[in-house]
Design a protein. Structure first.
Length: 121
């Protein structure tokens, strides 16, 4: 399990064409990708299961905890991303609820675009 940032501080200020915004790059794929939005309610859970392909979860709002294998749960919040490899067992829970964009593709390489989250998770 790997952790990344896509918050405003990890992005780049864009001013071209009179623009004024920050772009946090996330991913580029060369193959098929499935992209969805997951809404986990308060006290919700995405049960312990095996990833059927590499999977990147981008937390947009809220917060929760994730685990991989038999590891302890690790807290995650809006602006952070979690990457699971194909076949990796994992689970997500949230006491307050969270909304996340989930990208699944064999061609994912989040470290090519996103800033790794500092250790001390």
């Amino acid at each position: 399990m790997e952790f990344y940032r896509f918050d405003q501080e990890s992005g780049k200020q864009i001013t071209k064409f009179g623009s004024d915004f920050v772009m946090s790059r996330i991913i580029q794929t060369s193959g098929n990708a499935h992209i969805g939005c997951m809404h986990i309610p308060a006290n919700g859970v995405v049960g312990y299961h095996q990833a059927v392909s590499p999977q990147l979860m981008l937390i947009m709002t809220g917060a929760g905890r994730v685990r991989s294998g038999n590891d302890d749960f690790i807290e995650v919040k809006a602006g952070e991303a979690v990457f699971w490899e194909n076949g990796e067992w994992h689970e997500t829970i949230s006491e307050i609820g969270l909304t996340a964009i989930v990208i699944e593709s064999e061609a994912l390489n989040p470290s090519a675009y996103m800033t790794p989250k500092e250790s001390g998770l």
